[in-house]
Design a binder for this molecule. Structure first.
Ligand SMILES: [Zn+2]
Length: 151
């Protein structure tokens, strides 16, 4: 599972994918808190917390004061999911062979000629699939740390 800063940034900015997958993310294992910039884990009481919020929570005695709570709270709206490869693949339809075939055509036709195929441009298959899904479904490419419209 890719948890590199680059994949986090790519996932965070892929708003459409965040929306499309929000119901299938398991935030305990693939969640990231964009407010405190850290990975989410299972909290001491079975909740899902980021490290900063979890530490703040466990240092509190009794019920948190409302104002303090709000200031520190790391609520759902700050969370993003880091898509697993299979979740990205499933966004391209039911037929696994068809998806793989499209993917390999794209590698050969698009990446190989410009040399990306042989370079270390992408650090993981998750990154490569994210780029592919963004291009296929939303016509966007990853350039200069942004998703840009592909012409
Ligand atoms: Zn947080």
């Amino acid at each position: 599972m890719d948890k590199t800063p680059r994949y986090i940034l790519m996932s965070e900015k892929a708003i459409k994918i965040q929306e499309a997958l929000k119901d299938v993310f398991d935030f305990r294992f693939q969640g990231y808190c964009t407010k405190h910039r850290c990975l989410l884990t299972e909290g001491y009481d079975g909740s899902v917390d980021c490290k900063v919020y979890g530490e703040w929570l466990s240092s509190q005695k009794g019920l948190p004061d409302d104002k303090e709570y709000k200031k520190h709270s790391c609520l759902y709206r700050h969370w993003i999911g880091l898509p697993y490869q299979d979740q990205l693949q499933e966004m391209l339809g039911e037929n696994q062979i068809a998806r793989l075939s499209l993917f390999s055509e794209w590698i050969v036709e698009t990446l190989e000629p410009v040399g990306i195929y042989a370079s270390d441009e992408f650090e993981s298959l998750e990154q490569l699939w994210l780029v592919f899904v963004m291009k296929e479904k939303y016509n966007k490419i990853w350039k200069d740390n942004k998703w840009l419209k592909y012409f």
